[in-house]
Design a protein around this ligand. Sequence first.
Ligand SMILES: C[S@@+](CC[C@H](N)C(=O)[O-])C[C@H]1O[C@@H](n2cnc3c(N)ncnc32)[C@H](O)[C@@H]1O
Length: 369
Amino acid sequence: MNPPDKSAPSIPNLLSLRGSRGGARGGRSRGGSGAGTSRRTGQGHDAVIQGTDTDAAVSRLSAVDLGYLHDPCAQFFVQSPNGPPPRRLPIINRGTYTRTSGLDRLIDAFLSTLDAESPKQIVALGAGTDTRPFRIFSQQNCHGLIYHEIDFEVVCSKKLRIVKGVPLLSRVLSDASVVPPAEPEEASSSWTSQPSNGGLFYCHGLDLRKLPGNEGSLTLPGLRTDVPTLLLSECCLCYLSPQEANGVISFFTTQIPSLATIIYEPIRPNDPFGQVMVSNLAARHIRMPTLDVYKEAKDQVDRLSKAGFEVVKHMTVEDIWNSWVAQEEKERVDSLEGLDEVEEWQLLAAHYIIVWGYRGDGFSGLAEE
Ligand SMILES: C[S@@+](CC[C@H](N)C(=O)[O-])C[C@H]1O[C@@H](n2cnc3c(N)ncnc32)[C@H](O)[C@@H]1O
């Protein structure tokens, strides 16, 4: 068995289904089935989960460097002191492209519902070193936007360090400064910025598992409960237990009447591909406890309906590629690297879902999707 690869993509390497392809492109073979039983607990597991942000940042940069995505900020969140940053396999790059495009489309639909001045809010759970706020706040139409990110303290501190050290980033999220701690002797990892194009940005250094059951007592500084709000989980809630994940969602549903949510995560752990996916993650000591409960698209839909979202929709990454990516754009993406592994792509793309729902006012843009 190969040792777990810390820089491995967050989307599992399905080439282990038919052997590995190594070499210059960055394809790596990882532990196959049978490796999936090792477990880490407590802080060790938290550190592994925090490390998945590095995977996401490397995948983003790979897709940017190869021309799939345009994102001048992605390069600053990947450290690669010993040579060029790793390249992902073509199917992984296509997955990153499709997932990002699908989420962008939904988020744009939410943002475009209200005019630029009207207050609205995004809360990104487990945002890591995501570059989306830089992309959004680089635009001119975000005066009314309050953008919250939540992640572990160590991740938020790292993001602040990078933002302060890179002029391109600190020009967008300007005046980035640490929020004074509640108790003077405590250190604070939460920070805030007044983006140069308007709006407000908060990065909360907080373990999400502390939110459930704390309605009213544990507040997020700057959180508005009276404006249309989009709760975003891009591969985050899947790392919590189902109870903890539901508790996080209910922290927001109990306080915010006009609420939408978008969740992106894997599904179908029990078919042969899904089993490899789970075992590859386990070889890296990564568990996704909600995957045991929300196995299929219908489970994800029920989850949001039960949480009180009145309209709930979903698409797999495969659906998004087929239905939302225009023919011309498909040809452009195809021409970047070519894709020999069409079947693997379809399998991979069918195992990731975006599910979204909303209730209350302010979501007419999302209603059209
Ligand atoms: C796979 S990364 C995704 C990062 C980002 N959303 C993206 O897609 O680029 C998962 C993120 O969720 C965060 N996360 C997982 N469990 C968390 C928890 N209990 N509290 C706060 N953040 C958590 C991790 O630290 C990590 O940054």
